[in-house]
Design a protein around this ligand. Structure first.
Ligand code: HEC
Ligand code: HEC
Length: 161
């Protein structure tokens, strides 16, 4: 009798079908409504001096070099104890931008505001606007994206001061 083997084959085939079927379904269900990934240590330690910039705006290599030089962080010392730093780095790398733009992901770009993506997305904003007292710096995302703190940069929320 081959019944057992047939059954095994059948259930293996079913399982395989389910894998193929469920992958695209899961991706679609996640879709645009997926909440921005977050982590309490990151929020606390990287959200004190500026908004906690979402990991998806820089490639993993950039986050790694930034986390390796926190004592010289854009002219300030943002050092952390090793444990917090490791937690944050893992979170940033896991949710980093997967580069599709062909931009070199060698870690040499540390500023979101210096990426090609950022520049072209914001190309209608004048140099004077960036430096205006209400904005101060392109890095001050929340000046125009009031929900930046919550990880939201949606077009309909934008208010340029
Ligand atoms: C002690 C204050 C301080 C802390 C803590 C801090 N930063 Fe910063 N960060 C700064 C300053 C100052 C700048 C430069 C802002 C500017 O140019 O206007 C900056 C800039 C940045 C930028 C570049 C913004 C741009 O121009 O695109 C990134 C990315 C960044 N920080 C990530 C982090 C991460 C990740 C952490 C947590 C590990 C962190 N920061 C913690 C002070 C801090
Ligand atoms: C001076 C105001 C201003 C500042 C500061 C600013 N932005 Fe923007 N941002 C805009 C405007 C205006 C747009 C819409 C551009 C368009 O679509 O024409 C935009 C678009 C975006 C978009 C695309 C939104 C969408 O749904 O299409 C993202 C993401 C974004 N900005 C992120 C950032 C980040 C991250 C920072 C800080 C590092 C930042 N912005 C700083 C004004 C600003």
């Amino acid at each position: 009798m081959n019944t057992t083997r047939d059954l095994q084959r059948l259930s293996a085939a079913t399982a395989l079908c389910l894998v193929f079927l469920s992958a695209p379904l899961a991706a679609r269900a996640d879709g645009a409504k997926k909440p921005a990934p977050t982590n309490p240590v990151w929020q606390e330690e990287c959200g004190g001096c500026h908004v906690a910039y979402p990991p998806r705006f820089l490639p993993a290599e950039s986050w790694k070099s930034m986390m390796g030089s926190l004592d010289r962080h854009f002219g300030t010392d943002a050092s952390l104890d090793a444990r917090a730093a490791a937690t944050i780095e893992a979170f940033l790398v896991q949710n980093a931008k997967r580069s599709k733009t062909g931009q070199k992901a060698d870690g040499s770009i540390l500023r979101i505001t210096e990426t090609k993506w950022f520049r072209s997305e914001h190309d209608e904003i004048s140099a004077a606007k960036w430096k205006s007292p209400a904005v101060g710096s392109a890095a001050n995302c929340a000046a125009c994206h009031p929900n930046a703190e919550k990880g939201s940069f949606r077009e309909r929320d934008i208010k340029v001061p």
